[in-house]
Design a protein around this ligand. Structure first.
Ligand code: MLT
Ligand code: MN
Ligand code: ZN
Length: 306
């Protein structure tokens, strides 16, 4: 299977339009050894077909498609390689791109959990709005561990796992939390026994999550923040990483420690990086420590072939 990293940044992208933090100012001015990043999304195909699955539809989706011939196979006058969209949550950075796909000639096939469908029908009524354009063909993602597939991409099989996290800030249940607000996905290629684990947002690693990570050939996991108080320390927010539904990378119980426990052959990637995160600076000690730990940072345009 081929995983195309369309967008490797968290909400806001990098640099963020209104931000002059060290990273944003540095990449804008060219003094930082870092690349700009669009918002969180990946596209995955099996080895046979042209069509694939879009995981999350970022506000930057049009720019992400424009730069990639593989997403526009041009077999007819209106065409796309996106056979369906799978959402891991209802956050703006993952759902806003659905609106950009409204020119389709048929309803947009979207897989999400019932909790996310509820949010996208009410708190942020993207599904309602799209009814006046192409419409949405909504499919519920099974939360019992059953595998499911996306028609048109028969070579890939998906399995969802609910993960601790947060519903989007606009969600009526932001503070209560519903199962299915946030999921991780295992993407497997039929017949070849290769799989990837994808979790751009998660707040804690449970035994079931660690198991799913350890069974994958590659993991693409939440790399949003280096420390839990990153936004507070930079004077940019009053919220911790955990308040926002993200497990920080460093420190005891952080993502880096969990990644170190995976089997030696597991390929480890961080994705959904916030613009404040020091790992965006290739010359930072934090970047050096990732390299030492065998952890790669996803970049826009990166292709992971399994
Ligand atoms: C998050 O995952 O916390 C988001 O990136 C927030 C956002 O989209 O603004
Ligand atoms: Mn996000
Ligand atoms: Zn910034």
């Amino acid at each position: 299977m081929r995983i195309s990293i369309l967008g490797s940044a968290a909400g806001g992208g990098f640099p963020q339009w209104n931000c002059n933090c060290r990273n944003c100012a540095g990449v804008r001015g060219g003094s930082l050894s870092a690349s700009a990043r669009t918002q969180s999304s990946i596209f995955v195909r099996d080895d046979t077909g042209a069509d694939g699955i879009l995981f999350n539809a970022s506000p930057d989706i049009l720019e992400q498609i424009r730069g990639r011939a593989a997403l526009q196979p041009a077999r007819q006058v209106r065409d796309t390689a996106i056979a369906g969209v799978v959402l891991v949550d209802g956050q703006l950075d993952h759902a806003t791109g659905l609106l950009m796909l409204r020119e389709r000639g048929s309803p947009l096939p979207v897989w999400c959990t019932p909790a996310v469908a509820e949010d996208l029908g009410s708190g942020y009524p993207v599904f309602e709005v799209l009814r006046h354009y192409c419409g949405v063909e909504h499919h519920a993602i099974p939360l019992d561990g059953a595998s499911f597939e996306i028609p048109g991409v028969a070579g890939l099989s998906l399995r969802a796992l609910t993960v601790p996290g947060k519903a989007a800030p606009y969600s009526p249940h932001r503070e209560q939390g519903a199962p299915g607000d946030n999921i991780a996905l295992t993407i497997s290629e039929r017949g070849r026994r290769v799989s990837a684990f994808y979790a751009p947002g998660l707040m804690a690693i449970t035994p079931a999550i660690f198991d799913a990570m350890a069974n994958a050939d590659a993991v693409l996991v939440d790399g949003t923040f280096w420390t839990d108080d990153e936004m507070i320390a930079q004077g940019l927010s009053t919220h911790t990483a955990r308040d926002m539904g993200h497990l920080a990378l460093s420190g005891p119980g952080g993502m880096i420690e969990w990644l170190a426990r995976l089997p030696a052959h597991t390929r480890r990637y961080l994705i959904h990086i916030n613009n404040t995160n020091p790992i965006l600076d290739a010359d930072s000690p934090q970047s050096a420590s990732l390299a030492q730990a065998g952890i790669a940072l996803c970049e826009d345009g990166m292709e992971i072939v399994l």
